[in-house]
Design a protein around this ligand. Structure first.
Ligand SMILES: Cc1cc2nc3c(=O)[nH]c(=O)nc-3n(C[C@H](O)[C@H](O)[C@H](O)COP(=O)(O)OP(=O)(O)OC[C@H]3O[C@@H](n4cnc5c(N)ncnc54)[C@H](O)[C@@H]3O)c2cc1C
Ligand SMILES: NC(=O)c1ccc[n+]([C@@H]2O[C@H](COP(=O)([O-])OP(=O)(O)OC[C@H]3O[C@@H](n4cnc5c(N)ncnc54)[C@H](O)[C@@H]3O)[C@@H](O)[C@H]2O)c1
Length: 482
């Protein structure tokens, strides 16, 4: 470790890895810091995206094996959770092979220091007793799970995403508190592995950041798999280590007996040991870094990326690919400072990896209304799609927000949307590209999809919409010409 670098990056999760590797590749001297060698890769690798997606993968295999018994094969025995968790650890290790300090030094010539960094001045930190300075620094320090508060909580061992992957026995009854993406993904995974699952959510619907119709469709599917939902509800108290009293807004009280409880209540921040005040870095009233839309803190030489950038005026997005977007913005502004770019989520997208997946992109109806942008909502059911029929997915749906029809219906552009379908996260990619590049819907209508690819729905929605709204004058003209 040197005493001065071009850039110091604190936190080696999705954000820190993106910023530090790119800046090093541009030939700058970079120091990347994380508290522990085993935290390199951050939440995504260690207790977020990777283990949760691996768990969902296994749970889907188990679910499909169970469905296959309809055709003759038999299935016996319970899922051995210890073996499932071993599979997850193996998958994490496969990624760790290229996300560790030695690899980063060997492959990227990147200096990595293990220890807790704390500011001692505007451009200087102390780590492991040594002071190191830099021209600029990037805080990629992530976020923490919001703690569950309820009377009697001290009797209960509350799991979070940081501890649930250490379980070795399948819970008989898993109580999930919080109905956001983390809670809903885990609820389905454990239900499919064999647990009874109850979800308690504060809002009136699951996945409240999605359009209401998408939340309702997913909830119906999950309820069909046996997940119990208590919505508009909160844990009032724990009367012992395995009993929760749940109060629903309509006044009803439910007693839920559980052997494990998982809290998935959103994110919070802990800047207790980093001494932000020594660098003049301020927090906002929600305890987030106070940032501008260039992701600059109140210290002009210190920036933030990833979950730590949640205080940006553009809004909160806690995703690995948001970290990559922030990293790309910061890097662009470092290397082309005359064109200061601002953070925008106008073409952002995300996927909740349940089965069916929920994939959302672009501007929401609420954002369009706030910006006074006129739009139509076009709903498309997959019920007549041959691929959906043969795979029994006719329930799937999408809702696209599109410019109002003008003189040429094929020139309309897609402003945003949501799809609830198996593999929606993959199917929606060409819609995202069209949205980002401003392609008109003629791009879909003019494309021939190999039959029966699932993504043909991206054409069918427009063929149906245009086909059922051909203006009378056009029909008359066609008849006359024919
Ligand atoms: C269960 C779960 C599932 C998820 N699934 C997905 C998904 O499927 N797709 C998706 O896009 N996103 C998903 N996310 C969100 C995603 O994991 C996070 O948005 C992302 O990991 C944040 O990356 P980050 O680099 O900002 O922070 P982190 O990954 O939290 O990294 C921050 C790092 O900073 C280090 N650090 C903090 N302070 C200091 C200090 N003072 N000194 C040294 N080091 C420090 C920490 O040790 C940590 O390693 C999921 C999250 C959870 C909880
Ligand atoms: N597939 C993915 O990309 C994925 C998966 C998991 C998590 N994540 C990310 O991680 C972040 C954290 O996930 P999350 O689901 O914990 O956060 P979240 O903020 O999205 O959802 C938490 C939910 O819990 C509810 N809640 C809060 N306190 C409660 C209480 N006391 N009782 C009942 N409900 C309560 C909130 O109203 C909210 O709906 C998310 O913002 C998401 O971006 C992404």
């Amino acid at each position: 470790m040197n005493t001065h670098y071009d850039i110091i990056v604190i936190g080696a999760g999705s954000a820190g890895l993106s910023v530090s590797i790119a800046m090093r590749r541009f030939g700058l001297s970079v120091l990347l810091i994380d508290r522990h060698e085993r935290r390199i890769g951050g939440d995504c690798l260690n207790d977020g995206c990777v283990p949760s997606k691996a768990l969902l993968h296994v749970s889907k295999q188990v679910h499909q094996a169970r469905l296959a018994t309809a055709y003759g094969p038999t299935l016996s025995g319970d899922v051995d959770l210890a073996r499932v968790m071993q599979y997850i650890r193996d998958r994490q290790d496969a990624i760790r092979a290229h996300e560790n300090a030695q690899y980063l030094l060997d492959a990227e010539s990147l200096d990595v220091a293990i220890g807790t960094a704390a500011f001692v001045g505007p451009k200087t930190i102390r780590i492991n007793g040594q002071e190191v300075s830099a021209k600029n620094m990037v805080l990629c320090t992530g976020s923490q799970p919001q703690p569950l508060k309820a009377e009697g909580i001290e009797q209960v061992n509350v799991l979070t995403h940081k501890t649930i992957f250490d379980l070795t026995e399948l819970p008989k009854h898993l109580l999930v508190v919080g109905a956001g993406p983390n809670g809903i993904e885990m609820a389905q995974a454990f239900r499919r592995l064999g647990s009874e699952v109850t979800v308690v959510g504060r809002d009136e619907r699951i996945l409240p950041k999605e359009p209401a119709a998408a939340s309702a469709l997913l909830q119906e599917r999950l309820a069909g798999e046996g997940i119990q939902f208590l919505l508009n509800a909160e844990i009032e108290s724990f009367t012992d280590a395995h009993t929760a009293q749940v109060k629903v807004a309509d006044g009803q009280q439910h007693t839920v007996q559980f052997d494990q409880v998982l809290a998935t209540l959103g994110r919070t921040f802990d800047y207790g040991d980093i001494n932000l005040s020594a660098a003049g870095i301020e927090l906002d009233d929600k305890g987030r870094l106070r940032l501008n839309n260039q992701l600059q803190t109140t210290n002009q030489h210190v920036f933030a990326a990833g979950d730590a950038a949640a205080g940006a005026p553009a809004g909160e997005r806690y995703f690995s690919h948001a970290a990559a977007l922030h990293a790309s913005l910061i890097i662009t502004n470092f290397i082309t400072p005359v064109f200061d770019k601002s953070l925008s989520y106008d073409h952002f997208s995300w996927v909740t990896f349940t089965d069916p997946e929920v994939a959302t992109f672009g501007l929401s109806a609420k954002e369009l209304a706030t910006r006074k942008i006129a739009f139509d909502t076009i709903e498309h059911s997959f019920d007549k799609d041959d691929r959906a029929v043969v795979e029994d997915n006719q329930y799937a749906r999408m809702w696209l927000l599109v410019e109002p029809a003008g003189l040429n219906p094929l020139s309309r552009k897609i402003l945003g949307g949501t799809m609830v379908a198996p593999n929606a996260g993959e199917l929606i990619q060409e819609l995202i590209l069209a949205n980002q590049q401003g392609l008109p819907i003629s791009a879909f209508v003019g494309k021939t999809y190999p039959y029966p690819t699932a993504s043909n729905v991206n054409k069918a929605i427009w063929v149906d919409t245009i086909g059922s709204n051909i203006p009378g004058a056009l029909k008359t003209a066609v008849q006359w010409l024919y």
